[in-house]
Write a new protein. Structure first.
Length: 123
């Protein structure tokens, strides 16, 4: 199920992105599902949704909810986001300031974890 939903989201399938993101956000609450999403390459796809200015705020919210569930399972995802030259950090900052209330909380939590991980790697 996860690969199919990710394909619909990543390919911006007409009319199915909203529903697919909502399902991914719900399923991501389960550790095994979040891990499977990370292994399936969901992080770049979710970041594209967050960075896309034309996306509905609810889609960005569901993308960041899913992203927050995936990243703690494998810290390499944080490295990918930090290494994103196309504005991943800026998109998360924007979302933490101007997203829905839930998106603000989740984006802030991701940014906090990224900062803590970076701090720990310099010690």
């Amino acid at each position: 199920m996860i690969p199919v939903l990710l394909k619909l989201v990543c390919n911006h399938s007409e009319g199915l992105v909203d529903e697919s993101l909502a399902l991914l956000a719900m399923v991501a609450a389960h550790h095994e599902a979040a891990e499977a999403m990370g292994n399936a390459g969901a992080v770049p796809c979710l970041m594209d949704i967050i960075k896309d200015g034309s996306q509905h705020p609810r889609n960005k919210e569901n993308a960041v909810v899913t992203l927050q569930a995936i990243c703690p399972n494998d810290r390499s995802h944080f490295k990918k986001m930090r290494g994103d030259r196309n504005g991943c950090i800026n998109a998360l900052i924007d979302l933490s300031e101007s997203g829905t209330s839930r998106a603000k909380r989740k984006a802030s939590a991701i940014l906090d974890r990224m900062m803590k991980q970076e701090h720990m790697s310099t010690i």
